[in-house]
Design a binder for this molecule. Structure first.
Ligand code: EPU
Length: 456
């Protein structure tokens, strides 16, 4: 029997697991229904956007994940009043009294998140200055912020590097700019949007990321009064306006979480109905899922993902920016690919070091090799550069239980799936990191019939 220690269900609360180590008795199909809330990678940015409004905002479907707690804390130290609505997952954000925060408070609240960098544009508009501490986030590559700093300089920000972090000021205000990103970075595109909407004049962004979460951020900004057009070929034009109001918005569902549970259904021979998942934002994932041999049914209120029986097929995938196969989808899917009959190749082109998690899978009996070469697709930015960014997975493998330590968010979820699909007992440590992006995953695992104990 599994025992359970509940996550906090309060939207935006700083959620963490009381225990950080799970003992999992694998080999049981996960089966049942779970519900998604809003996307981590939209909700956190939508909360920052509230800083730009002159009136309060209401955000709906906010998941109780620790990344939301980090942004909530950062908003609060800057004077934004954040309160829970009557219904679950509703946040009220009142930016009437935005004020400068001291370095120590910002640093203490930033935690391991990279979101603080996105506070810069809005804070420069509101206060004329911003400070960001050293940034964290998952350890999946260098994750530099050079595009962000260049974007802000283009708008007229003065950037000073200090031992404790980076200080920015805008002595002459922020003005519209022509920006061309060297790579369609999600964060840098959001930086441009959050800065340009209140900058003086017109901004033209070339090489923009166009992920659905970015489109939903544009929806929010338009509700606030912004003028933004998305043209062909990754060009976004923004006409700056003098003032923005608050918004009322229901966040786009979390398609990364949906894909994770879909992979869990396949890897464990299970059948999971993911409430709130939608087809359009998952088109590319669904194509791959079908090629691997996974079954799915699209319903009005969600998507059912299941293992239809029989063998799974190997695939060759290359991760890419939208509308390509998302980098966040590969780690959970790799676990299912260890069960496919034949050789699969996954070429990771977004992050240079996102295969650290496979060592644990190999320890559990998977046959996976990682290579420096660009395998199975086009040459990417990481070829010839000493980064092991292509994985070759040979299956089918019977995974067995092991002692594993969760390295990062998505890799961690894939370790959970691996342990749940393996024969025997696994001890998985550092599982708290998973609550950065998966709401109430402990409750969900229990709902789906997983056999585990969370150690206090
Ligand atoms: N990059 C730079 N310089 C920069 C910014 C990015 O070289 O200034 C590089 C990165 O190192 C990376 C690539 O550009 O190689 C893409 O990074 P991007 O900026 O698109 O990523 P991000 O905004 O930091 C978001 C998500 C990630 C998701 C990526 C790609 C959030 C909080 N994070 O990161 O999500 O993988 O976009 O879609 O929105 C996750 O949810 O687990 C996660 C890591």
């Amino acid at each position: 029997m599994s025992s359970l220690i509940q996550d906090s269900a309060r939207a935006g609360a700083s959620v963490g697991l009381k225990g950080d180590r799970m003992t999992i008795n694998g080999g049981r199909p996960l089966s049942g229904r779970i519900e998604l809330k809003g996307a981590k990678n939209l909700v956190t940015k939508a909360m920052v956007a509230a800083l730009l409004g002159e009136t309060p905002s209401v955000l709906r479907d906010v998941p109780a994940i620790s990344d939301v707690g980090v942004v909530r804390g950062l908003l609060e130290v800057h004077g934004v009043k954040v309160s829970d609505g009557d219904a679950e997952g509703v946040l009220h954000l009142d930016p009437s009294n935005v004020e400068s925060a001291n370095f120590v408070d910002i640093d203490a609240h930033a935690g391991s998140s990279r979101i603080p960098i996105l506070f810069c544009g809005p804070l420069l508009h509101r206060l004329g200055e911003a400070f960001i501490p050293d940034l964290g986030g998952c350890r999946i590559g260098d994750r530099p912020i050079d595009y962000h700093l260049e974007v802000l300089r283009n708008f007229g920000a003065v950037v000073e590097k200090l031992p404790s972090g980076i200080r920015m000021s805008a002595p002459n205000g922020l003005h519209g700019a022509k920006v061309a990103l060297p790579y369609p970075s999600v964060g840098a595109t959001e930086q441009v949007l959050l800065t340009a909407v209140r900058a003086d004049g017109i901004t033209e962004l070339r090489g923009a990321a166009i992920e659905p979460e970015i489109m939903d951020l544009i929806n929010i900004l338009q509700k606030m009064g912004a003028i933004i057009s998305v043209d062909t070929d990754r060009v976004i034009r923004i006409e700056g306006v003098d003032a923005l109001s608050g918004y009322d918005h229901r966040a786009l569902f979390d398609r990364n979480e949906a894909a994770s549970w879909a992979a869990a259904a396949l890897a464990t021979n299970g059948d999971i109905f993911v409430g709130g998942a939608r087809q359009p934002e998952m088109l590319t994932f669904l194509n791959v899922y079908r090629k691997v041999g996974g079954g799915f049914e699209i319903h009005d209120d969600g998507i059912r993902f299941f293992h239809p029986g029989g063998e799974l097929n190997p695939v060759i995938i290359e991760t890419d920016v939208h509308p390509g196969f998302m980098t966040d989808w590969q780690q959970p899917l790799v676990v299912a690919l260890t069960k496919a009959t034949g050789v699969s190749i996954v070429h990771e082109t977004v992050y240079e070091q996102r295969f650290g998690f496979v060592d644990a899978l190999v320890e559990m009996g998977a046959t996976i090799q990682v290579h420096k070469e660009c395998l199975g697709g086009q040459a990417c930015r990481f070829g010839q550069r000493n980064f092991k960014h292509s994985a070759v997975i040979s299956g089918p493998s019977r995974l067995h239980g092991a002692d594993i330590v969760v390295p990062d968010l998505r890799g961690g979820f894939s370790h959970l799936i691996a342990a749940l699909s393996a024969e025997g007992v696994s001890h998985v440590s550092n599982v708290g990191i998973i609550s950065r992006g998966y709401e109430n995953f402990i409750n969900k695992l229990e709902q789906l019939g997983a056999d585990f104990v969370l150690e206090a």
